[in-house]
Ligand binder design. Structure first.
Ligand SMILES: [Zn+2]
Length: 141
């Protein structure tokens, strides 16, 4: 199953969820060639970059969303539109929790390297888990 995502349709989908979840934010969509590059990760589906300019962010979608799914993709049996919607909602939920993650980041000097590293890793891990659950529950069909 190969599905191509039309940029305008994806932007409309993003806009619907932006209005619901973070109406105060401005969010721009980027058809990024490879969002994994900057972080050295692999198979990054998407990434959100909140800018220093408060309440504005860019969501970069990985190349798989631009070119669609091809035969042999590990997610070919899933519903690609549902998966894309979950990815967009996931990134928007990071904006919902943006201030909360700042609370953790603000502890770096206070806690020092090793303790902060542990707290930060735990926070990030658990934030990802919570966001995944919420995104799937919100988009559930
Ligand atoms: Zn995430």
């Amino acid at each position: 199953m190969a599905v191509r995502f039309d940029r305008e349709a994806v932007e409309n989908m993003l806009e619907r969820w932006r209005e619901r979840l973070v109406p105060e934010w401005t969010v721009r969509l980027l058809w990024h060639e490879n969002p994994a590059d900057e972080e050295g990760g692999k198979d990054v589906q998407a990434r959100v970059d909140p800018s220093e300019h408060y309440l504005s962010a860019v969501i970069a979608l990985g190349p798989r969303w631009k070119s669609g799914f091809t035969e042999g993709s590990r997610v070919r049996d899933l519903d690609p539109e549902y998966e894309l919607e979950v990815v967009l909602v996931h990134e928007l939920l990071h904006l919902v929790l943006h201030d909360l993650s700042h609370v953790v980041e603000s502890l770096e000097d206070l806690l020092g390297g090793p303790v902060y590293g542990r707290v930060s890793d735990e926070y990030v891990h658990n934030e990802e888990r919570a966001i995944d659950r919420l995104a799937r529950a919100l988009v559930a069909r």
